[in-house]
Design a protein around this ligand. Structure first.
Ligand SMILES: [Fe+2]
Length: 513
């Protein structure tokens, strides 16, 4: 009843009038004649499947989509061949691997739908040799979830409230079962929660590996495309490849529900209008996922003048030299170039950059710049051709979207700021063809230092979206301890700027300690 009462206003306001909303938004872009425009609707999991198969580099592939829930499906296996996608198998609500992971996200004191990354980042702090970890693993497998041979899950609804109430779990029952209360948000993270995070990570991997195996059995294809929120679990993705469960893996960078928009559009284009797919054998068709807006030098300069900011306009060659030098000297740089990335990760166009060789850099960026929890790791961006020198991966592996975790090689543990506690790293391989500006910067830094790896984290602070416009980048730069801001060829030094007026309260709000 409570869920009905809270859902119905949303339904009345938006969902029942969705067609009107779409027509209204379309008419803002262009003049439209409603009678001539037919609206097409694509199912949720078909949209996820289309979002990953159609832009992938594969002519044919298995497709695995795993998320919380969309309509009634919570996971699906399909087969994609040229323009056709055939759904072969579906798992249905309330049994959902995504919701199971979100339930643990909630129980560990993080926000559902955005804190799942934190739970994944916490898992390596768990102790796989401890009795407590084994106890949690047993409890999850014996009481909460039954993972079938095909990877599908059956969840014991006695412990979950999401299908009848407004909460993810029945807290009283969980506390009794796990012998551990739900962690209150923002309180200390003790070892128990790390062990629990590791246990649910293992359970998730078990289900994903079995689903991928089942997909291969059903389709006979060695290629796998993935989407849905669970496909953002880059630890599981890395192991899928390492264990050779699939030969080739491609994941839609906007694997969450944002990617559904692209999937619905591609589905209409290829499946409804029968338009031919044009395969790009060397790379996928996501264009590096740099699909967002871009701003000209004039836009940037006008913004800088509006805020009376002090800047230098550098030539391209000078720019790379200078920024590489700044990174080498331990400065943190806000980096704003070209089109914004589409998807949850910053891929070198709206990024905060730092030197991965300095161990203290992780704490500096977490606490003083992003105002986020100290345990959270940072990802390395590495020159594509140098990646297998530093990380234990196949020489030809591409990870342009930061969706694979791999071990840092033992003889290359010189990048502590991007090496997680279990010696793993969430890698972005950078190719000149995808992003020449970012590539040239890392290359210049490599020439200077001998290390082809830098820290790349999204240009935002905790709880805020990634900056898109020059003004947002400038505000984020001014309100944090970022030392330098680079926008296009403009370089801004924090020490030369006048403080923003009336800004002290904003900063206080984000301070963690
Ligand atoms: Fe979804």
């Amino acid at each position: 009843m409570r869920q009905f009462l809270s859902s119905i206003p949303v339904w009345l306001k938006d969902k029942l009038f969705l067609k009107k909303l779409i027509y209204d938004e379309l008419s803002k872009i262009d003049e439209i004649d409603k009678k001539k425009i037919k609206l097409l609707f694509s199912e949720h999991h078909l949209s996820h499947a289309a979002s990953t198969f159609y832009p992938s580099p594969f002519k044919e592939a298995s497709i695995l989509t795993v998320d919380g829930v969309g309509e009634w499906a919570t996971a699906s296996i399909s087969y994609g061949n040229n323009e056709e996608i055939r759904i072969l198998k579906e798992l249905r609500f309330p049994h959902s691997l995504g919701l199971l992971y979100s339930a643990f996200t909630y129980y560990a004191g993080f926000k559902v739908n955005s804190g799942e990354y934190k739970l994944m980042g916490l898992a390596p702090y768990g102790d796989a040799a401890s009795a407590r970890f084994k106890k949690y693993l047993d409890l999850i497998n014996s009481q909460l979830v039954d993972i079938k041979g095909d990877g599908s899950v059956w969840l014991n609804q006695d412990y979950f409230d999401y299908s009848v109430g407004l909460k993810m779990v029945n807290e009283g029952k969980w506390e009794q079962l796990m012998g551990l209360p739900r962690r209150r948000p923002e309180t200390e993270i003790t070892q128990e929660y790390c062990d629990m995070a590791l246990a649910i990570q293992y359970v998730t991997e078990d289900s994903v590996f079995k689903m991928a195996t089942e997909a291969k059995r059903l389709t006979g294809s060695g290629n796998l495309c993935m989407a849905g929120g669970v496909a953002l679990n880059c630890v599981a993705n890395g192991k899928l490849l390492k264990k050779k469960i699939v030969h080739n893996l491609w994941i839609q960078p906007a694997a969450g529900d944002a990617g559904g928009a692209l999937g619905a559009a591609l589905s209409a284009y290829h499946a409804y209008f029968n338009k031919t797919r044009e395969l790009n054998n060397k790379m996928d068709n996501m264009q590096g996922s740099y699909l967002g807006p871009e701003y000209s030098s004039l836009d940037i300069e006008l913004m800088a003048r509006r805020y009376k900011s002090v800047y230098e306009n550098l030539s391209e060659n000078n720019l790379y030299d200078r920024v590489a030098e700044l990174l080498d000297n331990g400065y943190v740089v806000g980096w704003f170039q070209g089109r914004m990335e589409w998807g949850p990760r910053a891929l070198g166009n709206r990024s905060i950059l730092g030197d991965a060789r300095f161990p203290e850099m992780k704490d500096v960026v977490n606490r003083k710049i992003k105002f986020r929890e100290a345990f959270r790791p940072f990802a390395p961006s590495v020159l594509r051709e140098k990646a297998s020198e530093y990380f234990d991966i196949k020489e030809d592996l591409e990870s342009p979207y930061m969706l694979l975790v791999a071990p840092v090689k033992e003889n290359k543990r010189v990048i502590p700021a991007v090496t997680h506690v279990d010696y793993s790293a969430r890698i972005q391989t950078v190719r000149c063809e995808d992003n020449p500006i970012f590539y040239d910067l890392i290359n210049e830094y490599y020439k200077l230092t001998g290390v082809p790896v830098i820290i790349n984290t999204s240009f935002n602070v905790r709880g805020e979206p990634i900056v898109c416009k020059p003004e947002e980048a400038y505000m984020c730069f001014m309100r944090t301890n970022i030392d330098y801001l680079v926008m296009g060829n403009f370089l801004l030094n924090k020490r030369s700027q006048k403080p923003l007026k009336g800004d002290s309260d904003w900063k206080k709000e984000f301070e963690l300690d």
